[in-house]
Design a protein around this ligand. Structure first.
Ligand SMILES: CC(=O)[C@@H](O)[C@H](O)COP(=O)(O)O
Ligand SMILES: NCC(=O)COP(=O)(O)O
Length: 238
């Protein structure tokens, strides 16, 4: 089975755009779990433009499935993760000013750094995952860091799928997943997955343990909910 971990960053972006507490992240996370998702993902960035560090603490108190915290392991992030103790931490090499994650780790260049951080998290009982491009060499490097899982960065797959080149787009992921499994790594995936491209990805990637999906899932929720809500307003305005 592949678990769905819903990334609620976008709900935090919406909340922050207006001040106040709507949408309420705690209620949303509880509802998402009640609807069947098997995890909640958050990706706090240093400027706290969407998920705030306080949200991580608040969510930890209510999430009953798996809490996954993603981010670049700068000292402040490491402290947060050690305080909150989520089920899983996913290390992502994103620059402070990045609009969204845009690359996987160079697991060879960063091997010693990653191995140190991963050891610390594992000593505290936190499962580790590292964000990697679908390249066999990076997956092999990931195994050398001691991480439990990798998260395959799926943006290039999503782009190729949208361009009608799904077969070509999936192949590097099939190769990377095969090696990862042989090396004993758990396989997660995420970034730009959506209702259109998820089924093919799931069918073709063996041993896929978890996908984390945020941006598209929230957009799709808006589109799929609009008709209902507009008609509810019209009903009240009769
Ligand atoms: C690692 C990854 O792909 C996601 O965490 C993504 O970066 C979500 O973050 P945003 O919601 O800020 O785009
Ligand atoms: N790890 C990927 C994630 O959490 C969500 O990415 P996206 O669906 O917002 O692109």
């Amino acid at each position: 089975m592949t678990k769905l971990s819903v990334n609620i960053n976008k709900l935090a972006t919406l909340r922050n755009s207006r001040g106040g507490n709507q949408p309420n992240l705690i209620t949303a996370a509880q509802d998402i779990e009640a609807f069947g998702a098997q995890g909640i993902t958050i990706h706090p960035r240093p400027d706290e433009r969407h998920i705030r560090y306080k949200d991580a603490h608040d969510l930890k108190k209510v999430v009953t499935t798996e809490l996954n915290i993603e981010g670049n392991p700068i000292p402040k992030f490491i402290d947060l993760v050690l305080e909150v103790k989520p089920t899983q931490v996913t290390l992502v090499p994103d620059a402070e000013d990045a609009i969204t994650s845009n690359a996987g780790w160079d697991t060879h260049k960063n091997k010693d750094f990653l191995a140190d951080v991963i050891k610390t998290f594992k000593q505290h009982g936190i499962r580790t995952s590292i964000f990697v491009d679908p390249e066999v060499t990076m997956v092999k490097g990931a195994a050398d860091t001691g991480t439990d899982h990798i998260e395959l960065y799926t943006e290039s797959y999503a782009k190729m799928f949208a361009a009608g080149e799904a077969e070509k787009g999936i192949q590097p992921y099939v190769d990377a997943a095969k090696i990862a499994h042989e090396l004993g790594l758990g396989i997660n995936a995420g970034h730009d997955l959506n209702l259109e491209n998820i089924r093919f990805f799931k069918e073709r990637i063996p041993h896929l343990l978890e996908v984390s999906i945020g941006h598209a899932l929230i957009c799709e929720s808006i589109y799929l909910g609009l008709e209902n809500v507009v008609s509810m307003y019209l009903h009240r305005l009769k």
